[in-house]
Design a protein around this ligand. Structure first.
Ligand code: C2E
Ligand code: CA
Ligand code: CA
Ligand code: CA
Length: 276
């Protein structure tokens, strides 16, 4: 290979080989995990600041069986790169409906937010799948909120808007996730059939110490309210930040200050403890 290099012949280094081999292993492991129902959704509560009540939970994907934990955004990136995102999101949606009825069985009528990949919005049969799934669960209509990221909407605005409009037509609320993390085109966002905006954690983390962030967040809240959106702040980690947001008129908060994402059983325990 020394000579090959001298002659300028391209070859793969062992590290690249093992990287792609381990990536392939991971892809087939993920596929197996999906088929064998080894993935899980953990739930993180969302607090309504006005009523001091938990209004909903967000479902976040986990892969518990791995000895080496794989972060959720890595699972999703891997799935998006390999076409697994289609069956994965379908599993997430079916599982979410199941979790929501389990919550209901325990007396908790809560909204359930699910994260949708931009790839899903490009599947021509996605709205049909959703319609069929929700149709079989008519009582759930309006209770599952679809979260889509601001940046994902920019990749293919025409089809994304088409898909979101048909979801909205079915009565499914849409939330704009990670708002303020990318380049925002407000004139575009105004056209979206969304009812909720989630302010990105990057603007919330230093809220208590950074005057600039407070100005941006306050302006965002006012603007979103004028446009008729509910506003959620994500990544709230302490009471000082929660109090600030309440004072700013923010509608809802999510974050470690309340709870980390938890498996269903632990979330049920957390919810009933809060009620006492
Ligand atoms: P996201 O939708 O913005 O979710 C919020 C992330 O912030 C979650 O990370 C959550 O665990 C974390 N988080 C919540 N509160 C706090 C806090 O107070 N402080 C800090 N530092 N972090 C907090 P997670 O679960 O690792 O998910 C990462 C991303 O992966 C999500 O970001 C979402 O984009 C994606 N994702 C997760 N589950 C799914 C899924 O089922 N489908 C799709 N398409 N994407 C998913
Ligand atoms: Ca989200
Ligand atoms: Ca987010
Ligand atoms: Ca995010």
């Amino acid at each position: 290979s020394e000579r090959a290099r001298e002659r300028g012949i391209a070859y793969y280094t062992p590290s690249i080989d093992s990287y792609s081999a381990s990536r392939l292993t991971m892809v087939s492991a993920l596929q197996k995990a999906l088929v064998n129902n080894e993935l899980a959704l953990h739930l993180q509560p969302k607090l309504d600041l006005r009523t001091s009540r938990i209004s909903g939970v967000e479902a976040l994907i986990r892969w518990p069986a791995r000895e080496q934990p794989v972060p959720a955004d890595e699972i999703i990136t891997l799935a998006e790169q390999t076409g697994l995102i289609k069956p994965l999101t379908r599993w997430v949606l079916e599982q979410s409906l199941e979790l929501r009825s389990r919550l209901l069985d325990s007396g908790h009528l809560l909204d359930l937010s699910v994260n949708i990949s931009p790839n899903n919005l490009r599947e021509p049969d996605f709205p049909i799948f959703v319609k069929r799934l929700m149709g079989a669960h008519l009582q759930h209509r309006g209770a599952i909120i679809f979260e889509v990221t601001e940046t994902s909407m920019m990749q293919d605005p025409v089809n994304a808007l088409k898909a979101l409009n048909s979801l909205a037509y079915e009565g499914i609320p849409v939330s704009i996730d990670d708002f303020g993390s990318g380049y925002s085109s407000l004139s575009y966002i105004k056209q979206l059939p969304a009812s909720e905006i989630k302010i990105d954690r990057s603007l919330i983390t230093d809220l208590a110490t950074r005057e600039e962030d407070r100005v941006i967040v306050q302006t965002t809240i006012n603007m979103c309210h004028s446009l008729g959106y509910q506003v959620v702040a994500e990544g709230v980690e302490d009471e000082a930040t929660a109090d600030l947001l309440k004072g700013m008129g923010c509608d809802m908060i999510q974050g470690y200050f309340l709870s980390r994402p938890l498996p269903l059983e632990q979330m049920l325990a957390w919810l009933s403890k809060r009620r006492e």
